[in-house]
Design a protein around this ligand. Sequence first.
Ligand SMILES: NC(=O)c1ccc[n+]([C@@H]2O[C@H](COP(=O)([O-])OP(=O)(O)OC[C@H]3O[C@@H](n4cnc5c(N)ncnc54)[C@H](OP(=O)(O)O)[C@@H]3O)[C@@H](O)[C@H]2O)c1
Length: 265
Amino acid sequence: MNTIIFGDGNLGRAIAAALRETGTEPRILGRPATNGRHVPDALGSVDMVFDASRGDAVLTNVESALAAGCRRFVIGTTGWDADRPAVDGVLREAGASAVVAANLSVGAALFLRIVERAAALYGAVDGFEPYIVEWHRRNKRDRPSGTARELARLIVAGEGTADDAARAGTADDAARAGTADGATRAGELEIAVVRAGSSPGMHLVGFDAPGETIELRLTARDRSAYAAGALAAAAWLSAASRSAGCHPFDAVIDEMTQRTLAATA
Ligand SMILES: NC(=O)c1ccc[n+]([C@@H]2O[C@H](COP(=O)([O-])OP(=O)(O)OC[C@H]3O[C@@H](n4cnc5c(N)ncnc54)[C@H](OP(=O)(O)O)[C@@H]3O)[C@@H](O)[C@H]2O)c1
């Protein structure tokens, strides 16, 4: 099997290490030397592509791999939302499928589901105020993280308060989180962002009432969880014929949990 990883950084190397443990030796390619585009003929006949490069490279990487015959993609790269319709279009045109995930960790996917359920429960009773704290390495570019934004969206939706619009706004305004002066405004969802050291990712969701606090915490110790999720997505693509276009990581998680729950029922 000819497996290519686009992106020779932290994530690409973690995926390569996980693949080697399963006996697959991938080719790992960094930024192409010419025109920012990988030459399809030089890729050979490609069975599976993992993209762990840069947002502005995803569309051309997918086009090159399609021209090299690849029909299965796992795209973990972030920051290419504007190109999403174009990527979906070229995949569909070629009859190819991709799993696309801003967070490939299975634990994170389950954490989002747990938080969604918790927000509905705490939102159904009076007196609990939610908050989010996230901590990543010093040089992470986005603030708050994509996962923190998704957590905020789920909490706001789950609570179903009349202040939805104001609180959803705080997820987008949260670039100033952790630096704004003064008290949190009534109805706002507090998101505190820490950018220090080398943490690969910590997200904490709390629900605080006058006499008690509940905290749910997801801690990534290294990038192996993202790599394991990337391999699970590849296995999902290989296990059956999937429809053409982009699929969310949730589809992989759905199948994984349903299979396990059915086996233990
Ligand atoms: N989905 C997830 O769970 C998850 C987890 C971690 C990270 N990520 C995302 O995955 C991406 C990579 O993360 P990272 O931490 O590995 O970043 P990184 O350490 O900066 O590595 C990215 C590498 O890709 C190279 N590159 C640029 N253009 C390329 C191209 N056309 N083809 C192949 N490689 C190319 C870069 O080279 P240059 O330095 O020359 O540009 C760089 O060496 C980011 O978008 C990040 O946000 C996603």
